[in-house]
Design a protein around this ligand. Structure first.
Ligand code: GLN
Length: 275
């Protein structure tokens, strides 16, 4: 049965290719279809072209809302730079943004299995991740920094050899510290703040985490400082299911416009106070 349908479909597609390629030219076959196509063109002029999403009318973003100023809870709402940027992208696409809060290392599986449309979580573009998802244009620069106690003897990354370093599970901090120092030096936490608390209780010697969240965390936990020497240079982008070029193009178009008209800078300035 299934096989029959797919053969029929293949035949129909062949026929369409034979009469000149795109589905737009194929609609000339029947008057009813032509009218529908005309109506569709009219609608497309009035509203942004409808991109197929997981839930009709919505853009479902998954994130891990433990990463201020990019995403965090403010009472019962998830706010932050990523939440605002994605709301602006959704608006440009004529969609309503819906945010799902999940573990950081579940974001890529959620996107690649088609349960959410976009992953926005201060997520660094890496070659490994590109095997599983596509990335939008980048929208921020970032770096991993080292947090230590104020009187720590650790002055730079080289002093961390043989020490216990706290990281957030599945992040670039986790991946690079594990690679450079070995698994035995790494203590993994579900939330960055938990790693920072363990450091303040001297259960570990340092935390390696993204620079902006690091600043927020240490402003809430006394006795800690960020070393001047940063550990990596990274860039954040939005993750999209591999091969979903329709959505990728729409998101990139929106990001380009938000960069050009100053909205992106204004969102960043709202959450990050210039020192
Ligand atoms: N930028 C880091 C990464 O992509 C951390 C992101 C996060 O913890 N939300 O791995």
């Amino acid at each position: 049965m299934k096989k029959g349908i797919s053969i029929l479909l293949a035949a129909a597609m062949l026929a369409m290719t034979a009469c000149g390629g795109s589905s737009a030219t194929a609609t000339t076959a029947a008057p009813a279809a032509t009218t529908a196509a005309a109506a569709e063109t009219k609608a497309a002029e009035a509203a942004p072209a409808a991109v197929k999403t997981v839930q009709e009318g919505k853009l479902v973003m998954c994130t891990n809302a433990e990463f201020p100023p990019y995403e965090y809870h403010d009472n019962n709402t998830i706010v932050g730079i990523d939440a605002d940027i994605c709301a602006a992208i959704a608006e440009k696409m004529g969609l309503e943004l819906e945010i799902e809060d999940i573990a950081f290392d579940s974001i890529i599986p959620e996107i690649s299995s088609g349960k959410a449309d976009i992953g926005a979580a201060g997520m660094t573009v890496t070659e490994d991740r590109k095997q599983n998802v596509d990335f939008s244009e980048t929208y921020a620069k970032a770096s991993q920094v080292i947090i230590v106690t104020e009187n720590s003897e650790v002055k730079g990354f080289d002093d961390l050899k043989g020490k216990k370093v706290g990281v957030q599970t599945g992040t670039t901090g986790d991946i690079y510290v594990t690679g450079d120092l070995g698994d035995e030096c790494v203590e993994r936490y579900a939330k960055g703040m938990e790693a920072v608390q363990a450091l303040s209780q001297t259960k570990i010697d340092a935390v390696v985490i993204d620079g902006e969240p690091a600043k927020k965390y240490i402003s809430e936990v006394p006795g800690l400082k960020i070393l001047d020497e940063s550990y990596t240079d990274e860039e954040y982008a939005i993750a999209i299911r591999k091969g979903n070029t329709e959505l990728l193009d729409a998101v990139n178009k929106a990001i380009g416009e938000l960069k050009a008209d100053g909205t992106l800078d204004a969102i960043v300035a709202k959450y990050i106070n210039a020192d």
